[in-house]
Design a protein around this ligand. Structure first.
Ligand code: ZN
Length: 245
């Protein structure tokens, strides 16, 4: 490819490019400033969730322990029931009565056995839950510490945003002072409506709206370093060799 001569950006073009760079940085910091409180809230919610997980496990354990106590009482009363039947054994007067009593004893014993099985199952469950709780307590404490560190970092970042903004605004003022007033108002007008006021020539097109630019305009911007206008989107156009690939 033939190397086409170009002139570096003129003073105005350079000022506009640095003004835009500063404005983009300010924008980024302002967005962070808005986002950080939400981010902290979200992280605090994560900590609440970790705590809730432990609380839920503890109440599950308490519930199961309560259930075990109840079953133990049931087992005890079943046992009393059996003892009562057995006490009646010598009082029965007929075979029929005797068989009925034996059936009642057998039933009560079966019921007692099934209660005992249930109790063993619940005791096992409680053991498992306690083990899980112990593990989770350790895990969640570790996770919570990580989240708290993250929150601290973000709070720290937040505390410094205003300092950074103050520096950028001073730099901005400095650039604006050097720009012709008319050009600055144009820049501001476009920035306020389109977000980005300065577009670059990239591959013969406008970097913002992608419209193909008239060849003569491209050659003019490249050879003079002056600023131009994109007829399609109205943005200020500059030619920067490293942007044009
Ligand atoms: Zn354009």
């Amino acid at each position: 490819m033939v190397e086409i001569l170009f002139k570096p950006m003129n003073h105005e073009a350079e000022l506009l490019v640095s003004l835009q760079k500063i404005d983009k940085e300010i924008e980024t910091h302002l967005k962070r400033k808005e986002l950080i409180p939400l981010q902290i809230k979200e992280l605090e919610r994560e900590i609440d969730d970790l705590k809730k997980e432990l609380k839920d496990l503890s109440s599950k354990i308490k519930e199961t322990e309560k259930e075990i106590k109840k079953i133990e009482l049931d087992i005890k009363s079943k046992e009393e029931e059996i003892q009562n039947y057995l006490a009646k054994e010598h009082m029965v007067k007929s075979n029929e009565e005797y068989r009925a009593l034996m059936d009642q004893i057998a039933n009560a014993k079966r019921e007692k056995e099934s209660l005992e099985e249930k109790e063993i199952e619940l005791l096992y469950q409680v053991d498992e839950l306690r083990a899980t709780l112990g593990k989770k307590e350790e895990e969640n404490a570790h996770k919570e510490q990580e989240i708290r560190n993250k929150i601290k970092d973000i709070q720290n970042e937040f505390a410094h945003i205003d300092d950074k903004l103050a520096i950028l605004r001073a730099q901005r003022e400095n650039v604006v002072k050097k720009l012709p007033g008319e050009l600055y108002s144009q820049y501001e007008k476009i920035r306020k409506t389109k977000g980005t006021a300065v577009a670059y020539v990239v591959d013969g097109s406008c970097s913002e709206c992608n419209a193909v630019l008239p060849l003569q305009l491209v050659i003019k911007l490249r050879s003079t370093g002056e600023i131009g206008r994109c007829e399609n989107c109205g943005r200020i156009l500059v030619y920067v060799p490293e942007k044009d690939n």
